[in-house]
Design a protein around this ligand. Structure first.
Ligand SMILES: NC(=O)c1ccc[n+]([C@@H]2O[C@H](COP(=O)([O-])OP(=O)(O)OC[C@H]3O[C@@H](n4cnc5c(N)ncnc54)[C@H](OP(=O)(O)O)[C@@H]3O)[C@@H](O)[C@H]2O)c1
Length: 234
């Protein structure tokens, strides 16, 4: 039986790579998107994760098509770059509301079915910025650090219901989110990475797929950096 998998923000970037890897393994995969096209082989459900009603409607659509969500990958996220004195309050809260608030809304919505089924996997895409910190990313890093406390608390809440909750923390990736990162900043990041390179999208996706596998059944409350070793020791 294919599992019902939901990847938020799964129509492009890292989310798409994750969605494709689950689909290739035989799962029934739904992805949230806000506009544009959804690649073949995936069920697209329109949803802005900052809107509780849209999250509820998207979940109902997935349940109707694929059954209750058994694997959630909470991946949708945005970044706002700027030094603190220049960060507008509305932008700070927009990042928190999308990255942390969105994860809260979607996790809450899927948790009811998972608790009833007494099984489920939740995987939250954080960032090494959440524990290492990154200049110019106070709001983003706060949201990604928040995901760690959120997931670990949830992991404790639902462990006895057969549900695992884990975090994947990538370093710099090659997606739309980072197209504006100048080469000088990339070089600076890479200089601190023992492997001398950051992860490919499929390496991050494979970590999420593994966390949702039977063999990862004893892993919960973990935070797994996939970043070439750049955050080692944090
Ligand atoms: N790129 C990196 O270097 C890096 C490093 C560490 C962690 N991450 C994390 O990886 C995740 C994926 O990022 P990415 O690199 O793939 O960036 P991306 O290409 O910019 O994709 C961002 C995704 O988030 C979705 N999204 C944004 N706001 C949303 C909202 N309000 N409601 C629903 N979906 C929303 C977008 O959906 P639409 O298609 O609807 O716009 C898109 O699918 C993020 O959580 C990011 O923080 C990225």
């Amino acid at each position: 039986m294919p599992r019902s998998v939901l990847v938020t923000g799964g129509a492009r970037g890292l989310g798409l790579e994750i969605a494709r890897m689950f689909a290739a393994a035989g799962d029934a995969v739904a992805v949230t998107y806000r506009k544009g096209e959804v690649p073949d082989g995936l069920l697209g459900v329109r949803c802005d994760v900052t809107e509780e009603k849209e999250v509820a409607a998207a979940l109902a659509e997935v349940r109707e098509a694929h059954g209750p969500v058994e694997v959630l990958v909470s991946n949708a996220g945005i970044i706002d770059i700027g030094l603190l004195p220049r960060v507008r309050e509305e932008d700070f809260y927009r990042v928190l509301d999308t990255n942390l608030g969105g994860a809260f809304r979607v996790a809450k919505a899927v948790s009811r079915d998972m608790i009833r089924m007494r099984r489920g996997r939740m995987i939250f895409i954080s960032s090494v910025a959440g524990f290492k910190g990154t200049a110019g990313q106070t709001g983003y890093a706060a949201s990604k650090a928040g995901l760690i406390g959120f997931s670990r608390s949830l992991a404790r809440e639902v462990a006895k219901r057969g549900i695992t909750v884990n975090v994947v923390a990538p370093g710099l990736l090659d997606t739309d989110m980072t197209t504006d990162v100048p080469q000088s900043a990339r070089d600076q990041i890479l200089a601190e990475v023992p492997l001398g390179r950051t992860a490919r999208l499929e390496e991050v996706a494979a970590t999420a797929v593994w966390l949702a596998s039977d063999l990862a059944g004893a892993v919960t409350g973990a935070v797994i950096p996939v970043d070439g070793g750049g955050s080692m020791g944090y």
